[in-house]
Design a protein around this ligand. Structure first.
Ligand code: FAQ
Length: 333
């Protein structure tokens, strides 16, 4: 959530325009391939700004998957049954896998995973705002699966057609797994919402707390988004932040109704003319404050990641020693 890039939004946009103004023949051919919906592969020519934009987005995405394991990890030992515990552990393990595919995709662009992880540990890298909110009751695990994975998948299905091949291919598998995650979350919410009065209240409380932060996952409104216009031209992004947010709201409201729960937005209303739900104002001051690093759990999340990395040092050392031994034996043979 912290960033070392202290340029204003206007300055970032100006720098981007200047970089794009210096186009050569390679850039024209590159854009023609994008316009023709061809994938760009690691060894293909790509403008430096395209490469940097991808590293930024893929790294933030990878960090989100890894940090995203923490709010759920908080509940593994307190899951109410063996079945729920197994599902939760499997889901968290999937998120680790997603982080690994994404770090690998970023590495094809010439950065090292170690450098990216170090930036995260030093508080210099961004990750999704959503993971700086606490998971307070068991129903939060249902709400995370239903809403957070639901928002993630809404954003990620179009990324299966993003223009950079390794990122697009990683997304295909990620989306299959996220779809399972969303369903298990909804099934948990259903069990709570149809359970005792106290369970139903827990489910409603979880929805109240996770609804607005889930809408913020899609990023700032289009008019405040620094990167959308260029990322759409490069087909890194296929839809704008607001388009995906609206798609998520339209899909989720009937699901909330089926659960008998109420979305905490008094302004929410079906708009017949638009064919979409109208919704109330999102608290963008809260969003930017979490982006800046002031989220409730921001410090704990980074501390937990650093501790996990340090605690795992012996595994990395053992793997390296084993690989060196294997190589030695291969040389002798
Ligand atoms: N949080 O110009 P835009 C998951 C920043 S995965 C923090 O609109 P862009 C799985 C943005 O970086 C969830 N920062 O940016 C799971 C930029 O700052 P910069 C993650 C945010 O990139 C589930 C500035 O604001 N998914 O949940 C956020 O064009 C359950 C201006 O914004 C992805 O990363 C935010 N929410 O659009 C795991 C998907 N939004 O870099 C465990 C891929 C914006 O200039 C449990 N990413 N910012 O300093 C994307 O699609 C895009 O990067 C967006 C943002 C749409 C997130």
């Amino acid at each position: 959530m912290y960033t070392t890039d202290l340029r204003t939004k206007e300055q970032k946009q100006k720098d981007q325009r200047e970089a794009i103004a210096q186009v050569g023949e390679d850039d024209i051919a590159f854009q023609a391939r994008i316009d023709d919906d061809q994938f760009i592969e690691p060894k293909d020519y790509m403008p430096e700004a395209y490469r940097k934009t991808l590293i930024r987005q893929i790294a933030q995405h990878a960090h989100s998957e890894i940090v995203g394991m923490l709010p759920e990890g908080n509940w593994v030992t307190r899951a109410p049954s063996l079945r729920r515990k197994l599902i939760l552990i499997a889901k968290i393990q999937d998120e680790a896998g997603h982080g690994l595919y994404l770090y690998s995709a970023a590495e094809t662009l010439g950065v090292s995973r170690d450098d990216l992880v170090q930036q995260l540990h030093e508080g210099k890298a961004k990750y999704s705002t959503i993971f700086n909110y606490p998971s307070l009751n068991w129903a939060d695990i249902g709400a995370i699966g239903w809403l957070v994975d639901g928002a993630a998948i809404t954003n990620q299905i179009p990324l299966c057609r993003t223009s950079y091949g390794p990122y697009a291919r990683a997304m295909v598998r990620v989306c299959k797994e996220e779809s399972f995650h969303q369903r298990q979350g909804y099934e948990l919410m259903m069990a709570m919402a149809k359970g005792s009065e106290a369970q139903k209240q827990m489910a409603q409380d979880a929805l109240n707390r996770w609804w607005w932060p889930s809408l913020m996952m899609f990023g700032p409104p289009d008019e405040e988004s620094t990167h959308t216009a260029q990322s759409m031209a490069w087909k890194i992004k296929r839809f704008t932040n607001d388009e995906l947010r609206q798609r998520f709201i339209d899909a989720t409201i009937p699901q909330a109704e089926a659960l008998g729960l109420t979305v905490p937005d008094p302004d929410l209303k079906w708009n017949e003319e638009r064919g979409h739900y109208d919704y109330g104002d999102i608290d963008w001051d809260e969003f930017w404050s979490v982006v800046r690093g002031d989220g409730i759990c921001a410090r704990d999340r980074i501390q937990a990641r650093v501790k996990a990395y340090d605690d795992g040092a012996w595994v990395r050392e053992a793997a390296e020693a084993y690989a060196a031994k294997q190589q030695q034996s291969a040389e002798v043979a």
